[in-house]
Design a protein around this ligand. Structure first.
Ligand SMILES: Nc1nc2c(c(=O)[nH]1)N=C([C@H](O)[C@H](O)COP(=O)(O)OP(=O)(O)OP(=O)(O)O)CN2
Ligand SMILES: [Zn+2]
Length: 139
């Protein structure tokens, strides 16, 4: 088995719906995302001969995803009223709406699915909400 690992970070705001504690309030994190690729065999020919994939392609793909979330307000679909959404929009805040509760676990799965859709042989994604707390998704 051969593996690659790369990481990227993004800053964003969120709150946890139906949470009883301080995380129900709007707050921010610098999330750190670590992604892993895994293959049994290296590529046999071409520019990527003897590589899993080019590090440039891998890190570029992860960075493009973290860039989509960077400095956004991550909002679970249906968790804010249309009035609130309209106010935020009027104020020029940029939202990134997702169909799941914005937990580190779900974000790890979101990154995993996006990387897999790009055709990368992703095996695991870790999302750190703080330096000490990390959620892991692997399939
Ligand atoms: N399993 C999970 N638990 C929690 C998640 C999560 O995504 N998965 N998220 C949160 C909140 O987003 C929260 O911001 C994290 O809070 P907390 O652990 O309290 O982190 P802090 O470092 O800010 O806490 P200290 O008070 O500084 O110890 C909650 N749980
Ligand atoms: Zn949080």
């Amino acid at each position: 088995m051969y593996g690659l690992r790369t990481e990227s970070e993004f800053d964003a705001a969120h709150f946890l719906t139906d949470y009883h504690g301080k995380c129900e309030n709007l707050h921010g994190h610098r999330w750190r995302v670590v992604a892993y690729l895994e293959v049994d065999e290296l590529q046999r020919e071409g520019t990527c001969k003897d590589m899993v994939v080019d590090f440039g392609e891998f890190k570029g793909a992860l960075r493009a995803l973290t860039e989509r979330l960077d400095h956004h307000f991550l909002v679970e679909e249906g968790s804010l009223s249309p009035d609130t959404l309209a106010c935020l929009d009027r104020e020029g805040f940029t939202l990134f709406t997702v169909p799941f509760r914005v937990t580190a676990e779900n974000l790890a799965r979101w990154f995993f699915d996006c990387l897999a859709e790009l055709g990368l042989p992703v095996s695991q994604v870790d999302v750190y909400e703080t330096p000490a707390n990390c959620a892991i998704y692997r399939r």
